[in-house]
Design a binder for this molecule. Structure first.
Ligand code: SF4
Length: 587
């Protein structure tokens, strides 16, 4: 690590005692770099085995990486916690200003434990933590209003991060998210509910530190290499122009776009919800995370008339990406783009994980069509594909919880289907709702065995498109490829690199960048560290009751064609068994 670097400073906050302390943990950062690597160690140290994910003992851990604030696209913060949604490993990543602000405040990690007696928010600047009363912010209808109020009361505009929860977090909905800088999220696995369980409404961090590198010439050369690769790459150009929604049409053409709760993998309305369609009709502006020259964040401008007021309009700015379009568009059979954006905006205002929310609504629609739930459960709402007014009302009921059915929906579709039936079409993997890829066995194996059951764990969907679509490989080979990719990604997430830059941050570039940041490592070191982090994450899952024998796949994935053809259950069985054996052999 560089001399004088504050990366290894860990800020420990006790919400119960309203107290804090700072410890130097060079031991952890030297060994595990930062991000996921340090995060899983801090989770092991601070999360008592078997603790209630919504109890005071469950820690919230934020960790940035050694490249944060030095290099472009090292812009993510990793959050670690025990997930209230799956009951085991909670890991979620967010960009915005989160990482640079925490680093400039003088910390590499923040560990929050305990529970406040009243709603509070934390204000962290330059080695100081202030516990501020948030009673008046609790229960605010729109998440962005909370951000607005905090913005007016805190210093360092433009440098700070403001992370906060909406009413979903306050109500401890198991898939509530934490929003940062209005348009970025710790989306998956329920960090928002953990905030809510601690009466923690928000966290603001800022600072103006700087750190010098030792070899400026080398630093500039590595910086330029990364910056130029990012700005000249055709892939990054694509992310800037249309953003991730660029994927809608190619995936649909391939036949891998989950549609109407994955009853289909091609959507006849794909043209209407494509990245091109959203850009032409609604694109209002693009934004970038701190220290990113790509600016892939696309914001739609949604203009709606006020009722009974001619020529008076309300304009909402709504962030859209591929995943929200899949979850609220094709998955709900929707072509009503205004309706989709209105639903996105409502999800944003309540502070829910958009992917889980969309998949839950898709399950509700099919369960209602099949008569597993009736008007009694839905309180007279009649869910239908493409009916966004009804979807918004269902969503509001998930927050208000007028009966047991909506309470069950607040725990996700795996739980709801265990009560009301329809497990076979509940698109969940390890209890987490599916992302937008039905590309073949690689995608589903990846969701299933990924340590956080996310497509980003191992990009199994990419193996489908690059390999399985043309070449036959055994289930065992597939399992190995998926797991090897996940091990390498532990390095990227420990550096807290944006995954869109994974093609730029090759092994060689990572080693050169790390050297500038004071870490002299070899390729073998990276391999060993990646393996160790992966194993530690699985150990945590097992400690919290996760079992490889619980691995089940929703029947629906075998009923709908993928770009690689119908998925063969025997092939999947072989791949899952091989994956289990590889994972077990490392424990
Ligand atoms: S590419 Fe997009 S998500 Fe990644 S750091 Fe840049 S703006 Fe953020």
């Amino acid at each position: 690590m560089l001399k004088g670097d504050t990366l290894s400073n860990v800020l420990y906050i006790d919400l119960t005692k309203k107290d804090y302390r700072i410890e130097n943990r060079e031991d952890l950062f030297n060994k595990y770099l930062g991000g996921t690597g340090v995060g899983i160690q801090l989770l092991k140290e601070n999360c008592p085995p078997g603790c209630d994910p919504l109890g005071p003992d469950n820690p919230i851990i934020f960790v940035v990486g050694p490249l944060t604030s030095f290099f472009p696209l090292a812009s993510k913060t990793v959050a670690m916690f025990k997930s209230p949604h799956t009951g085991n490993l909670g890991e979620s990543h967010c960009g915005g200003r989160t990482a640079v602000a925490i680093r400039m405040a003088g910390f590499g990690a923040i560990v929050i434990k305990g529970k406040s007696d009243i709603p509070i928010y934390l204000s962290i600047t330059d080695n100081k933590v202030v516990f501020k009363n948030a009673t008046t912010l609790w229960g605010m209808e729109h998440n962005s209003t909370t951000g607005k109020v905090i913005r007016e009361n805190e210093k360092d505009a433009g440098l700070r991060t403001i992370m906060r929860i909406g009413r979903a977090g306050e109500k401890q909905i198991s898939y509530a998210c934490v929003t940062a800088e209005t348009y970025r999220h710790f989306g998956r696995l329920g960090l928002g509910a953990v905030f809510g369980s601690k009466n923690l409404k928000a966290l603001v961090a800022s600072g103006k530190r700087s750190t010098s590198v030792e070899d400026t010439k080398k630093y500039i050369s590595v910086y330029d290499e990364i910056y130029n690769a990012a700005t000249e790459s055709p892939l990054m150009k694509k992310y800037h122009e249309l953003g991730t929604p660029e994927n809608v049409l190619p995936l649909n053409k391939l036949g891998g776009l989950p549609t109407q709760n994955l009853q289909k993998s091609r959507f006849e309305g794909a043209d209407q919800i494509s990245g091109e369609a959203f850009a032409e009709k609604y694109l209002g502006r693009r934004l970038a995370c701190s220290h990113c020259p790509v600016a892939c964040i696309h914001i739609a401008s949604l203009r709606e008339p006020y009722e009974d007021e001619p020529y008076f309009y309300k304009t909402s700015m709504v962030c859209y990406d591929y995943e929200p379009i899949f979850a609220l568009g094709s998955m709900l059979g929707g072509t009503d783009t205004k309706g989709i954006l209105k639903l996105m905006d409502r999800i944003e205002s309540w502070g829910l994980d958009v992917m889980s929310a969309g998949v839950v609504l898709a399950w509700v629609t099919e369960a209602y069509q099949k008569g597993l739930i009736t008007n009694k459960e839905t309180v007279d709402l009649k869910p239908e594909w493409n009916d966004y007014d009804t979807y918004i009302k269902i969503l509001d009921n998930i927050i208000d919880q007028p009966n047991d059915f909506y309470k069950a929906l607040g725990k996700g579709s795996d739980y709801a289907s265990s009560v009301y039936g329809g497990k076979e079409f509940s698109l969940t993997f390890g209890k987490n709702e599916m992302p937008g890829y039905h590309t073949g066995p690689g995608a589903h194996l990846g969701f299933l065995i990924g340590t956080r059951h996310s497509h980003l764990d191992n990009a199994g969907y990419s193996i489908d498109q690059k390999v399985l679509i043309t070449t036959k490989i055994t289930g065992e080979e597939l399992a190995k490829k998926v797991i090897d990719e996940e091990k390498w990604r532990q390095i990227l997430t420990s550096l807290a690199i944006c995954f869109f830059a994974r093609g730029i941050y090759t092994e060689d570039v990572v080693l050169k960048a790390l050297e500038c940041a004071g870490f002299k490592l070899t390729k073998e070191d990276l391999k060993r560290i990646g393996e160790e982090i992966y194993t530690e994450k699985y150990k945590f899952k097992f400690q919290e009751g996760f079992s490889l024998d619980d691995y089940t796949l929703p029947k629906r994935i075998f009923e709908t064609e993928t770009p690689t053809g119908m998925i063969d259950p025997n092939y999947m069985k072989e791949a899952v068994e091989a994956a289990k054996n590889i994972i077990k052999s490392k424990m």
